[in-house]
Design a binder for this molecule. Structure first.
Ligand SMILES: Cc1cc2nc3c(=O)[nH]c(=O)nc-3n(C[C@H](O)[C@H](O)[C@H](O)COP(=O)(O)OP(=O)(O)OC[C@H]3O[C@@H](n4cnc5c(N)ncnc54)[C@H](O)[C@@H]3O)c2cc1C
Length: 444
């Protein structure tokens, strides 16, 4: 057990308190960490890095623990670094259209601070009320509106991070335009804590959209939904969100889900949202309906903000609802190009994989859930998972659209990625973190 004498940090040792730190929101559970440290100063971090190197333990960064890839789950011989009380405040510059915040800030407060001043910070993982800003940066989180606004990395200008020399370095600047060679700030975004620890960041803002068209699109044939994302794009419609529930998920929600879900219509269902100026005009809706064709037969417009909120609530609660009903389920988040969504579902059927799906149809990022994973023979489960990943890759997609690799998808990532690229990533890891102290055993 290391001796952790840190000047200002909270250090937790009690096994009962350490227990929750073994998990995140994936299906994985790691060993009890050696300790949990909550640093509050540069001196704490400097000393922590020195001790990690001299005593040979790893440092596992943790935000709010809502990750779905086991990224903050401890591996053996590690100390969890909970950044929840790292100091700092959220600051908005309305002239620069930027926002700076510490890793410890809740993403909801970051988004709220921009919103209060009439601005918009788009990244919206469905966990936004629960996750930390630092975690959202480290996982390059995306969400429903990524189909229009992109992932977290599109918004990041600079990152302050603890590196392997024990010091905090600033990568990038607060300028909205910068072009000084390859961006090291961007390398830290989405690095899942394997290169260093993000302590704060500056991100871009845009003016807040003021007009929303939110539509419920119930269909009687699931297949009718699957061609729509590509068709809409081809006709110049770019939804700010296009989410879906397949027939199995919709039926579970309707029979046992939250009150708002009991009245959801259709055999399968999509939520479609636009935030372009003029999107609520009759002309816009008429031309949209024209593109939707037969799928628009039972289209409903959420005209009041209360109705819009209810619809989004159901979507946000879906993951937690399914987890409560199927605690041993495994949820994947493969992605395929919009034009290959139908082919992906056809492939699942051919491979006889008993998956149910929901998620981000608008950008082909599908949450494919194996509800009976806990009761499935491990060899069969392995076949199912590998087939899902391979199918996505064969269709020009990849293993994860947003949750990342962490521990959960490490083996599949190593198996399905060009070995040259894995070696490059490992060389980068060696140069960013020569002592291998940051999040050992994750990603690569
Ligand atoms: C109900 C639900 C819905 C979700 N929906 C989405 C979604 O729509 N889109 C999406 O992208 N994700 C989604 N997620 C996954 C997850 O919530 C997000 O990835 C979130 O941004 C993770 O933030 P966190 O603070 O909980 O990170 P954690 O789970 O604590 O950590 C995640 C990873 O980042 C690393 N890390 C955390 N903080 C730091 C730091 N400061 N510096 C370096 N590394 C760090 C950890 O080591 C780990 O590898 C969802 C999760 C849940 C439970």
């Amino acid at each position: 057990m290391p001796t952790l004498r840190l000047p200002h940090a909270q250090v937790l040792w009690d096994p009962e308190i350490l227990e929750p730190y073994r998990c995140d929101e994936s299906h994985l559970k790691g060993p009890v960490p050696m300790a949990v440290v909550k640093p509050t100063s540069r001196e704490d971090l400097r000393e922590l890095v020195r001790l990690a190197k001299s005593e040979g333990f790893g440092l596992v960064p943790r935000g709010a623990g809502t990750g779905k890839a086991g990224g903050c789950v401890p591996t053996s011989g590690t100390v969890v670094v909970d950044l929840g009380i790292w100091p700092g405040e959220i600051r908005v510059s309305t002239q620069d259209l930027t926002l700076s915040a510490p890793a410890s800030a809740w993403l909801r407060d970051v988004k709220g601070a921009a919103d209060e001043l009439g601005f918009f910070y788009p990244p919206d993982p469905n966990s936004w009320p629960l996750c930390a800003f630092g975690g959202s940066l480290a996982t390059n989180a995306g969400g429903p509106n990524a189909c229009k606004y992109g992932m977290t990395r599109h918004w990041v200008l600079s990152v302050d991070a603890l590196m392997g020399d024990g010091e905090i370095h600033t990568f990038g600047t607060g300028s909205v335009k910068q072009n000084v060679g390859p961006s090291l700030a961007q390398m830290l975004v989405g690095s899942e804590g394997i290169f260093g620890m993000i302590l704060s960041a500056t991100v871009r803002l845009i003016p807040k959209p003021s007009e929303f068209l939110t539509l419920l699109l119930p269909v009687s044939r699931f297949a009718d939904l699957l061609e729509l994302p590509g068709r809409l794009c081809a006709k110049g419609f770019l939804p700010s969100a296009f989410e879906f529930f397949d027939p199995a998920v919709l039926s579970e929600l309707r029979t046992s889900g939250p009150e708002e879900a009991r009245r959801l219509p259709g055999e399968a269902l999509a939520i479609l949202e636009f935030d372009d100026r003029g999107c609520t005009s009759e002309a816009f809706i008429v031309s949209l309906v024209d593109v939707l064709g037969d799928a628009a037969e039972h289209l409903q417009v959420a005209s009041e903000s209360r109705q819009r909120e209810q619809i989004w609530n159901v979507r946000r609660l879906t993951s937690a609802f399914l987890k409560e009903r199927h605690p041993n389920k495994i949820s994947e988040d493969i992605v395929v190009p919009r034009s290959r969504i139908s082919a992906f579902f056809a492939g699942l059927e051919t491979l006889q994989i008993p998956a149910v799906s929901y998620g981000h149809l608008g950008d082909g990022n599908l949450h494919v859930n194996l509800l009976a994973a806990g009761e499935t023979d491990p060899m069969e489960l392995d076949r199912q998972l590998k087939s899902i990943f391979k199918l996505a890759v064969d269709l020009g997609g990849t293993l994860s659209g947003e949750h990342g690799i962490g521990l959960a998808k490490r083996d599949a990532f190593l198996a399905l990625t060009d070995p040259y690229q894995i070696e490059l990533l490992r060389a980068l890891k060696r140069s960013w973190d020569p002592d291998g102290i940051f999040n050992p055993g994750k990603v690569i």
